[in-house]
Design a protein around this ligand. Structure first.
Ligand code: ADP
Ligand code: GN1
Ligand code: MG
Length: 372
């Protein structure tokens, strides 16, 4: 999917549907997420600039935006209550702005579903980790997030995308896309398809252990890439975990695995020079330490699979990029031809790097567990 453009009048009218005050100044495309259309909105209130995030929810992917928002309201409300006494409580989670009709989303003049959040000031996201300490802080923030949600009252959260991290169903979707080959791209990806075949045998490992009752279901984020945590400008702490569309029942290991995928990467997710793409052990060490410092709830089977989860999720996301490439780039936002193929290649290169480092990573994870 290539980027949509929106006229400013549409954005201004959409903002007016929400309970925000002051004069609209501007709305600029913001961030580098692959799914939603995100804007930073600046308003002026009594001469002071106040900013918000305005997002059009991708309703091709999230079929029931109202249910997604229901989850987000519950989750952010729960975290806000837990941190109510903290000095910077308002920056610990997203703050949902209701529409003027009291709902947490509104149908815009374009027919799309829109939402607004308070813009978290004094913090930023990074697409590629810059220093090992950021890996520690990010992983620690995601562990605290899982901790905070462990006692979310019933009912079970809505599954916004069923089977989201189920590698076996992702492989079935790839096989379908390869068989249909709607863009006649299959011949170009024979090396990637061979890589997939060589990895099918271990694709069901975590699901089997979950079905065997060894790994529990938890409330998890499911999209713990490094640019989904805001890092405080002043302290470097992970202040708020954002991008909550996929918070739902899942495996803690999928969250840890996606951290390994993005936070240990030496190069961008779409880097074309694969010699630059590898997984860094110094980053992994800090990531494991930051996560284990607060993820005290992990059971032995989860601890045993920490390193494997990094390979599995990275492989799974690579499979998803490859599927989207074969299907004609309908899911992830792309900005150049072969963008999804380039992304698939970096993921598979990362898997190879993690395979080469596996023994070392196991040792680091063990030492981190002993230190926690
Ligand atoms: P996507 O689902 O497309 O990845 P995100 O919700 O992650 O969308 O938002 C995209 C980017 O916008 C984030 O990576 C972050 O940089 C920025 N962002 C999102 N919400 C906020 C917020 N409340 N305050 C400040 N920046 C935000
Ligand atoms: C998407 O929304 P964003 O850009 O944070 C995707 C993740 C992938 C990621 C790959 C809902 O995340 O699952 O891991 O791209 N989100 C969804 O970069 O599919
Ligand atoms: Mg995001």
């Amino acid at each position: 999917m290539s980027s949509r453009t929106y006229p400013e009048t549409l954005l201004r009218e959409t903002v007016s549907l929400f309970s925000v005050y002051g004069d609209f100044r501007s709305a600029q495309p913001y961030g580098s997420g692959h799914i939603n259309d995100t804007f930073k909105v600046d308003m002026s209130l009594a001469g002071t600039k106040v900013s918000y995030i305005l997002q059009r929810i991708n309703d091709t992917i999230f079929k029931q935006p109202a249910r997604v928002m229901e989850n987000i309201v519950r989750v952010t409300g729960h975290i806000a209550v837990k941190h109510a006494g903290d000095p910077d409580a308002s920056r610990k989670t997203l703050t949902v702005i209701n529409a003027r009709d009291g709902k947490p989303l509104a149908r815009g003049p374009d027919g799309g579903w829109w939402r607004m959040y308070v813009f978290i000031e004094g913090a930023r996201t990074v697409d590629l980790i810059e220093r090992p300490v950021q890996a520690y802080k990010a992983a620690n923030a995601f562990a605290r997030f899982q901790n905070d949600l462990a006692d979310l009252p019933q009912p079970r959260l809505y599954e916004t995308i069923p089977e989201f991290h189920n590698t076996l169903s992702r492989l079935a979707q790839l096989d379908e896309a390869a068989a249909a080959d709607v863009c006649a791209r299959k011949a170009k990806v024979s090396a990637e398809l061979a890589f997939v075949d060589a990895h099918r045998a271990e694709a069901g490992r975590l699901i089997e252990r979950m079905r065997a009752g060894e790994i529990p279901e938890r409330i998890t984020h499911n999209d713990t890439k490094i640019n989904n945590v805001m890092l405080d400008d002043a302290t470097g702490e992970g202040c708020a975990v954002i991008d909550l569309d996929t918070v739902m029942p899942g495996l803690a290991l999928y969250d840890f695995g996606d951290m390994v995928r993005t936070s240990t990467a030496n190069a961008a997710e779409d880097e074309r020079d694969l010699s630059k793409v590898y997984s860094r052990l110094d980053m992994f060490e800090q990531l494991a330490r930051g996560y284990l410092a607060d993820a005290k709830f992990l059971v032995p089977a989860e601890r045993e699979e920490l390193v494997f989860s990094g390979r599995l999720i990275t492989f799974t996301i690579g499979v998803r990029f490859l599927t989207d490439y074969l299907a004609g780039d309908t899911y992830f936002r792309t900005s150049r031809p072969d963008h999804n193929l380039d992304r698939c290649r970096t993921q598979f290169k990362m898997v190879e790097s993690m395979e080469a480092n596996a023994a070392e990573m196991e040792k680091i994870a063990k030492d981190a567990a002993n230190a926690s």
